[in-house]
Design a binder for this molecule. Sequence first.
Ligand SMILES: [Zn+2]
Length: 158
Amino acid sequence: MAAQAFIVDQNVGKLARWLRMMGYDAVLFGGGEDDKMIAAALAEGRTILTRDTGIPKRRLATTGRLKVFLLESEEPEEQLRRLARGLGLDTMMAPFSRCLEDNHPLVERTREEAAGRVPPYVLGTQRQFRECPACHRIYWRGTHWQAMTRKLKKLMKS
Ligand SMILES: [Zn+2]
C-alpha cells in the first residue's frame, strides 16, 4: 500500500512542513473555494487536513468517499501529535526525501555536485546531499535537520 498523501488546508498549514519532514506527500491548499480542495483530494487520493468543521459534514465525507481528518487544536504541535496518532503516521517514514518548501521528491547529489553550492564546512563534514529539482535547494542532514528530527521524536513521546 502506498503511503498516505495529504492536502493541507491553510488553517493548519504548518502541518505541511512536518509531514514532508517525515517523508509524506503533503501539498498545501493555496486557498479559495473548499470545492477546489475537495476536488483535488478526490482526484489525487489525498486526505484533507483541516480545522473547518463543515468539511467532514459534507455528504462526500459522511459516505466515506472523501477522506478528511479534522483538527481541533489551534496549536501546530498539538495538531501534529493528534494527526500522527490518529492516522498512525510513521514519523521516520522516509525522512530527508522531500523538499520542505514545495513537497517535490529530492534527488541524490554527490559531494562534487554540491561543491560551491553549500558552505565549505558543510561540504567538509557532510557525506550525503540531496537537491530539490523544482527550487534547487540543497539539503543535508545538518543541525537544522537534526533539530527538527529531535523535536519530532520528543513531540511523539510527550
Ligand atoms: Zn523545493
